[in-house]
Design a protein around this ligand. Structure first.
Ligand SMILES: [Zn+2]
Length: 243
């Protein structure tokens, strides 16, 4: 009985500690070396990025808001979701947004063999090209875990790893005004902002992205008041190169 109680308390404590770590700390900062996460020379330009989609529910709502606000964004899609919801991926492409590579199954690739990581990226690249006509050049590792050897492999494949400099934490923040305030206090030129168009706290499918949807018009207004312009990842990189 005592053992069971101790086991339950320890498991709950470990789980809560891991959750707090994910909520209050962004482990992506640990793997930034040799990746693209911010381009400060792109003056007053920022890139909105949406991970884990496409979702048949949330992506269309996000696209509607982006269209109303006249924003071009970048979607890091999983191959699995592209294969499930091809018509949503096609709409993203048709409306002029950039589509990039988030792997196939949204697994942590840290312990993958090199041929497995190559398969994940190439198959997702193939699906995105077949379905949307877009070619992917940038890879974002699921859950932001990536080792130095895998980074080298991805580089050899002709990809750059793109992370983010500002994490909206939209997967655990349930108020669009709070997300907007959090971003406006921190945003700088060349920032890459992370949002999600699919998934919840524990999975990349489904979830409730209503607050992400509601953040777009609030953020667009505040950012433009401060003279910021929204661009895609490719445009941000181009802008920084020619600055
Ligand atoms: Zn993801």
């Amino acid at each position: 009985m005592n053992f069971l109680f101790l086991f339950t308390v320890s498991s709950a404590t470990i789980f809560l500690a891991a959750l707090c770590f994910c909520i209050f700390f962004d482990q992506a900062v640990l793997i930034r070396r040799e990746t693209i996460y911010r381009l400060p020379s792109a003056k007053k330009k920022i890139a909105l990025t949406f991970d884990d989609g496409p979702s048949p529910v949330w992506t269309p709502m996000i696209l509607d808001e982006l269209k109303k606000c006249g924003i071009q964004a970048t979607f890091f899609m999983t191959g699995y979701h592209v294969s499930l919801y091809p018509e949503v991926a096609q709409r993203v492409a048709r409306e002029g947004h950039e589509i990039e590579n988030h792997g196939y199954a949204h697994n942590v690739v840290l312990y993958y063999r090199m041929e497995e990581i190559e398969q994940e990226i190439r198959y997702t690249e193939h699906l995105i090209r077949q379905i949307t006509g877009q070619t992917t050049r940038y890879f974002r590792p699921p859950k932001a875990w990536l080792g130095p050897r895998t980074k080298r492999k991805i580089k050899e494949m002709g990809y750059d790893v793109v992370l983010w400099s500002l994490n909206s934490k939209d997967w655990v923040t349930f108020d669009a005004r709070h997300i907007t305030r959090f971003i406006m206090r921190r945003v700088k030129s060349g920032d890459i902002l992370l949002f999600h168009d699919s998934g919840g706290v524990f999975k990349s499918e489904g979830g409730d992205r209503a607050q992400t949807v509601a953040t777009i018009p609030l953020l667009a207004k505040e950012m433009r008041n401060q003279g910021f312009e929204f661009v895609t990842i490719n445009q941000l990189i181009e802008e920084a190169l020619h600055a």
